[in-house]
Write a protein that binds this ligand. Structure first.
Ligand SMILES: [Zn+2]
Ligand SMILES: [Zn+2]
Length: 162
C-alpha cells in the first residue's frame, strides 16, 4: 500500500457529509452536558461529548465555521448543514470535545458521568446511577495535571463557560 494507508479512517462527521473526522487515540472521557449553551448549540435537551487529546483528532473536507459561545470557548459547526462538531476551551487547552452523536457509531462511547447537572431541564427524567456534577467535573481536569480545580473551586465564569 502507499502512504495513504497510514491515514486514519473517518469515524464521524456532520449531517451532510461535508466535514468528516478521524481519531488516532482512545478518548479521555465521555459525558453528558446539561448546560444552557450546549442546549442551544445542539437544539437538544442534553448534549453528549467525548473528550480527546487535541492532536489525536483530524478534520477533513470543508472548513468548519467557528463560534465563541463564551470567552475562551470555541465551538465549530458545518458551514453547510449546521451540525455542531466540536468544543474547545482555554480551561482544557490540550483537549477537543466531539459530540458523541456525530460519530458513525456513538454506541462505542457510553457517557460515564453528567456535568452542569444544576442546569438540567426539570422535565428531562434521568434515572441512571452515573455521577452527577452540578457544574464542570474534576473528571475532565484529571487529564491535565496542571489543573487541580474542584467542583466547588472553579471560578464562576468558568462554571458557565461550557
Ligand atoms: Zn454538513
Ligand atoms: Zn455544555
Amino acid at each position: 500500500m502507499t502512504a495513504v494507508a497510514a491515514v486514519e479512517a473517518d469515524v464521524g462527521g456532520c449531517l451532510c457529509g461535508a466535514v468528516r473526522f478521524s481519531v488516532a487515540a482512545e478518548p479521555i472521557w465521555s459525558a453528558y452536558c446539561h448546560c444552557n449553551s450546549c442546549r442551544h448549540a445542539t437544539g437538544s435537551p442534553v448534549a453528549a461529548f467525548v473528550g480527546f487529546n487535541q492532536e489525536s483528532v483530524h478534520f477533513r473536507g470543508d472548513a468548519r465555521r467557528l463560534f465563541s459561545s463564551s470567552p475562551g470557548v470555541e465551538r465549530s459547526y458545518c458551514a453547510t448543514c449546521g451540525s455542531p462538531l466540536s468544543y474547545r476551551s482555554v480551561r482544557w487547552p490540550n483537549e477537543i470535545h466531539l459530540y458523541t452523536s456525530t460519530f458513525d457509531h456513538p454506541i462505542a462511547y457510553p457517557p460515564t458521568f453528567h456535568v452542569h447537572w444544576a442546569e438540567k431541564l426539570p422535565w428531562l427524567v434521568i434515572t441512571d446511577s452515573l455521577p452527577k456534577h452540578d457544574h464542570a467535573s474534576s473528571h475532565m481536569d484529571a487529564a491535565d495535571a496542571s489543573l487541580s480545580l474542584s467542583d466547588t473551586g472553579v471560578p464562576v465564569d468558568l462554571q458557565t463557560a461550557k
